[in-house]
Design a binder for this molecule. Structure first.
Ligand code: UGA
Length: 437
């Protein structure tokens, strides 16, 4: 497994859990050191147990050496990051190219590289050309694409029992082994009737971005309707429940609120837009710009609500931000809506105190200008406005009576639409939520 970030560390550990011998390789020596000792460098429920169990069983190890990877395996998964590039909307593919440049010249015999990273359509074909130019005489390296659909917080379950496996193979290649080898690797899941979809390379690459674009669109759809609910006096949570009963629509990903963040949805839709433009079909994905705009508007809306709740000016006002992770059960703060709102309010002069059950260290590193509390009660103490920015269980279950004793003023902005409004209003809180009357 080349790359041991969120995806790679989970995939390596789960491949070992399925009975394979796995080696995780990364250029980050600190990460490899931690993983080797059975420590997961991020918060993911269930992963520490799978990691330690398989290290102890001798099926899983880690290394910083590509030589080790070349000698260890004939099947290589590529799972390095493809972040948004610094100078535009597109994806930065430098880590992906670097894996091929470093690994392929070392390979002897017949090898298969299964790409898992989210890449623009056409990348796998270019990587195959590059690999062909670097392959040792007498050896062969085939590149296929096997996108990953795991969700943070459910990464182990999604990897061990995925809802589908997609493998894109190069249809022009003679003697392609990609399908047969993938069937062996995923034999257990296939035996359990997991749909196994074999397709060409561009389709596999597009399946991944299309899935994330659809999810993002679904969230922005409900958030756009929630903007209308706010002025019309309607309730977005009841509306979502009602439309979700139609199984053509479905209830999932219809939670209105502060919108989507994280390391995937925002950058994937932007990369999709940018690449469609390069391909000359930019118009087809113009709606995704609106999806992005609706999403970012929610963050601005929460800042505006906090300001008006504070009497029109945030200067010197105390704000408690409950949540820093981009979603609960994760310590990932990449493009976190809660933190962006916190930073924005601080830039307007508010004294913002943040608390998150797991993401404090990451948040402090990225936003040292914010204050951080030891626990929820500390964050609430003396607050003029409270913002619920990430729907952790402990925030959803907060006791409004107890919270009332800590704050300066009982103002709650429920930016995730998760609080029982009646209970909070009975305790004489002013609760503002996004799209609920
Ligand atoms: C997402 C996809 O769900 C995975 O299938 C995909 O594999 C992954 O990206 C990836 O590309 O690697 P993830 O980023 O872990 O997974 O998070 P999601 O559970 O999709 O949530 C994304 C964001 O949407 C979060 O900020 C969440 O709070 C928000 N969200 C989600 C809503 O605002 N409303 C909803 O109804 C659902």
């Amino acid at each position: 497994m080349l790359g041991t970030g969120y995806l790679g560390a989970t995939h390596a550990a789960c491949m070992a859990e399925l009975g394979h011998n796995a080696l995780g390789v990364d250029v980050d020596a600190k990460k490899i050191e931690e993983l080797s000792q059975g420590r997961v460098p991020f918060h993911e429920p269930g992963l520490p147990e799978v990691l330690s169990r398989n290290i102890e069983a001798g099926r899983l190890s880690f290394s910083t050496s590509y030589e080790d990877a070349a000698k260890f395996a004939t099947v290589h998964f590529l799972g390095v990051g493809t972040p948004q590039s610094k100078d535009g909307l597109g994806a930065d593919l430098s880590y992906v190219y670097s894996v091929i440049e470093n690994l392929v010249p070392l390979l002897e015999g017949d090898h298969l590289i299964l790409g898992k990273s989210t890449v623009p359509v056409g990348t796998a074909e270019k990587l195959q050309e590059l690999a062909d130019s670097l392959t040792k005489p007498g050896s062969s390296v085939e590149i296929a694409w096997n996108p990953e659909f795991l969700r943070e917080g459910f990464a182990v379950k999604d990897t061990l029992t995925p809802d589908r496996i997609v493998v894109g193979v190069n249809t022009h290649r003679e003697h392609s082994k990609a399908e047969d080898v993938s069937r062996e690797v995923y034999a257990k899941a296939i035996a359990n009737d997991t749909p196994f979809i074999v397709t060409n390379l561009p389709t596999a690459e597009l399946v991944k971005v299309a899935a994330n674009a659809f999810l993002a669109t679904k969230i922005s759809f409900i958030n756009a309707v929630s903007e209308v609910c706010e002025v019309a006096g309607a309730d977005i949570t009841q509306l979502a429940e009602a439309i979700g009963k139609d199984d053509r629509i479905g209830p999932k990903f219809l939670r209105a609120g502060l919108g989507f963040g994280g390391g995937c949805l925002p950058k994937d839709i932007r990369a999709f837009i940018a690449h469609a433009e390069e391909l000359g079909v930019g118009q087809a994905l113009n709606f995704l710009r609106e999806v992005d705009d609706v999403n970012l508007r929610r963050r601005q809306r929460v800042v505006d609500l906090a300001r008006s709740t504070a009497g029109g000016n945030l200067e010197g006002r105390k704000v408690a931000m409950l949540g820093a992770a981009f979603k609960p059960d994760s310590d990932d703060i990449r493009d976190s809506p809660a933190l962006e709102v916190a930073a924005h309010m601080a830039s307007e002069g508010a004294q913002v105190t943040v608390f998150d059950p797991y993401a404090m260290k990451n948040a402090q590193q990225k936003f040292p200008e914010l204050s951080y509390a030891e626990n929820t009660a500390d964050a609430l103490r003396g607050a003029d406005v409270v913002v619920l920015g990430t729907e952790w269980k402990e925030f959803k279950e907060l006791d409004p009576q107890a919270a009332a004793k800590l704050v300066n003023q009982r103002n709650m902005i429920d930016a995730r639409n998760v609080l029982p409004l009646d209970k909070w209003r009975d305790a004489e809180w002013t609760v503002i939520s996004l799209g609920r009357a």
